[in-house]
Design a binder for this molecule. Sequence first.
Ligand code: T5A
Length: 207
Amino acid sequence: MPGKFIVLEGVEGSGKTTQLQRLQQWLSPKWPKEVVITREPGGTQLGGELRQILLAHRDGEPMQERAELLLYAADRAQHVEGWIKPQLAAGAMVLCDRYTDSTVAYQGYGRGLSLELISQINQLATNGLTSDLTIWLDIDVEIGLARAKQRGKPDRFEQANIEFHRRIQMGYQALAKANRERIVRVDASLPVEQVSQKIQEIVRKVL
Ligand code: T5A
């Protein structure tokens, strides 16, 4: 497809939202078509509704792990077919906050669901669409959570225990090691401007 698909990944508060906005500003004058930002969960109207369900606190009836996995997959299937693919077909540069690696890291390493099952469900949800580049914003989980907390009331995931977040971080480490051609690590503990510069150096190579 004529467009390009770039994903930012990382633990809570790693700076994805901040960096996606800066990347969009930097890329817009360089890319001939639109440069658009989206996110998972919540990149479509249906996804927005699923996002509320996924991030809400629920007293008395915790969300089951497989239900959580399938809701993320539903969000992704809608996003890929209904929004990302048409954008890529029109030549857009799509910048996405989280994608399939989040499911491997959170539902696989974090929750302990089968990586094989997650791989199959990711395949079903994406119909094989992979990113052209994934940038992993690598930060210590405690620093990321402290940053995320500064913004206000923590969601269901931000409230989970620290061991859950450490397992997710291990998931990202394993993913980066196994996918060196697709995933590039950036040290996200650096100041915002320096992180942006590192990201620009990496993205310049795929333009
Ligand atoms: N999830 C998602 C799954 O479990 N499975 C899946 O398949 C998918 C797709 C989504 C949740 O869903 C889970 C993962 C998540 O828990 P979300 O609200 O989208 O929820 O959560 P996050 O993606 O983690 O987004 P956050 O908004 O929490 O973090 P960001 O976007 O990484 O960080 P950002 O840019 O908002 O920055 C956080 C704070 O730090 C500051 C910012 O100003 C901001 O205040 N900051 C820095 N401070 C110092 N130095 C820097 N370099 C900084 N960069 C940013």
